[in-house]
Design a protein around this ligand. Sequence first.
Ligand SMILES: Cc1cc2nc3c(=O)[nH]c(=O)nc-3n(C[C@H](O)[C@H](O)[C@H](O)COP(=O)(O)O)c2cc1C
Length: 179
Amino acid sequence: MFAPRPVPEHDLAAMFEAARWAPSSFNEQPRRYIVGVADAADHDDTHARILATLFEGNQIWARHAPVLALGIAVHTFATSGKTNKAAVHDLGLASAHLVVEATVRGLSVHQMIGLDPVSAAEAFAVPDGAEVVTALAIGYADEHTDAAPELRKRESKPRTRQSTDEFVFAGRYGQAASL
Ligand SMILES: Cc1cc2nc3c(=O)[nH]c(=O)nc-3n(C[C@H](O)[C@H](O)[C@H](O)COP(=O)(O)O)c2cc1C
């Protein structure tokens, strides 16, 4: 859930600067973003049009995010036209840099796979060979909103992750490295 508070332009610029410096396979930099800021200057209604591409379950809360973005992976190498197997990885890595920069600046980023990539590609003239993979909702987290109870419940659930033993292996797959 997001507070009704705009994201300063310099913070937004810094987040994409962090994404810019993410390493990528062959330095191909196959990540692209389309950004919409929910303000009077929302260029070509980008925020509203990104929102429209999201699944309903995401629209319910993402509409409150002052900034929405689409994460796009370019699947083919610019020079050879060959498939870049690392494209989605490198989009994710760039987004990870963006998330860290946002977090340092007190901002919150909620990524989404729940969108219609075909309508998103059509809406923003995404060329062949490039794929809309994710959306990112960016803003200030707000626990005191009047959001629906089920959303509040989801947000307040304890955060959980696997232990490192469950995913860091040594010797063979499945054998914990016991770090
Ligand atoms: C690539 C990606 C796609 C995600 N897609 C969605 C989504 O469509 N809708 C949603 O509500 N959360 C989505 N999430 C958020 C995850 O569900 C969330 O990060 C995970 O449950 C862990 O929650 P926590 O970071 O609050 O502990 C996505 C996260 C990532 C990284």
